[in-house]
Every structure is written in structure tokens, then in C-alpha cells.
Write a new protein. Structure first.
Length: 181
């Protein structure tokens, strides 16, 4: 695959399908990407198609994450009952903050699902909160997706930087970032 050839073997490959496929198509695509090193596939089928997600989860090697299928913590139990995923993508903004995200983590821990923090395409402020959440939550698997702010022009926040492919938690009060205006 062209991406693997360009990034080399040390880069983790994941794909977010945003519910774009039916289960048969998702399985076919994931199987084609697996030899290139695909390790996770997020929401390969529509959020409401838990039976389809279960088919994909059972059929492929990469970790299948539920994203749009999870809003309140109770959704975790539905996903687990259907065996629709082996992990859940947590996004603080989508879930309504730290408390609601903690409730999702606790639900995942109770049913044996892994937790992953997904990107939101947001500013350093939001991603600093997500980085601290990851650091304070041992159940979160890494790598997580929280560096999309590097592509954002005009971010008014500084103090969260990517160094050698990793984000180190900022020090200082609060989230450790500061407004630049």
C-alpha cells in the first residue's frame, strides 16, 4: 500500500469509516488494508447497524471501534450485548465532557471493551483536556488521535505541542495551555 510505503513500518495505521459501508463492503475493505498493517477500524457501518458491526468485528483482525454508536454510557451495554465492537472511541466534546466520558470508560471496563480517545479536529484547548483525560485514565489504549490541531490555522491557544510523535502533558495550572490574544 502506498501509505505504508511512505510512512514506514513504525507508524500505526487506523481508519475511520464514519459508518460509510454495509458490513460486507466494510469486511472486504478492512481485509484489503490489513496486510498493510491496519490495526484499528472505527465505525465501519452506520451507528444503528449493530448486527452489521458484529459481523465486521467477528470477521476481521483489526480492532473495531464504536464511535457514533456511543453517546450516553448506556450505549456501551448495547454494543457489548451485540458484540458489535471490541473498543469504544471516546471524544470529550461529543460525549458532553469529562464526567460523561468517565461514565463511558466505567461502562467499558465493566463489559470488557477497550477505550480509545478519538480526534475531534479541534483546538489545542480541547485537545489539552483530552490529553489530560488520557493521562488520568489508565483504561485508555494508546496511541490516541489528539494532534489534529497541528493542521488548524489561527489557533488562539499555545502550550500543547507534538514532539517526536508524542504529546507530553503540559505543566502548570489548569490544562497547562494559554490563550495567545
Amino acid at each position: 500500500m502506498a501509505i505504508r510505503e511512505n510512512v514506514g513500518p513504525g507508524v500505526t495505521l487506523t481508519a475511520d469509516f464514519n459508518g460509510a459501508y454495509d458490513s460486507v463492503t466494510a469486511i472486504h475493505i478492512i481485509e484489503k488494508l490489513t496486510p498493510a498493517g491496519l490495526t484499528m477500524a472505527e465505525q465501519p457501518v452506520p451507528a444503528t447497524d449493530l448486527a452489521g458491526m458484529a459481523m465486521v468485528t467477528a470477521a476481521v483482525q483489526p480492532l473495531i471501534l464504536a464511535d457514533q454508536s456511543i453517546n450516553p454510557a448506556d450505549d456501551v451495554y448495547r454494543v457489548a450485548r451485540h458484540k458489535a465492537a471490541r473498543a469504544v472511541s471516546i471524544k470529550l466534546l461529543k460525549l458532553g465532557g469529562i464526567r460523561a466520558s468517565r461514565a463511558v470508560v466505567q461502562a467499558c471496563e465493566s463489559v470488557g471493551l477497550a477505550c480509545h480517545v478519538g480526534g475531534t479536529g479541534s483546538t489545542r484547548l480541547v485537545e489539552a483536556a483530552q490529553a489530560h483525560f488520557i493521562g488520568a485514565t489508565p483504561a485508555i489504549i494508546v496511541p490516541s488521535e489528539i494532534a489534529e490541531f497541528e493542521e488548524l490555522e489561527g489557533d488562539l491557544v499555545e502550550g500543547l505541542d507534538v514532539c517526536a510523535g508524542a504529546i507530553h502533558l503540559p505543566e502548570g495550572p489548569g490544562l497547562g495551555v494559554r490563550l495567545t490574544i
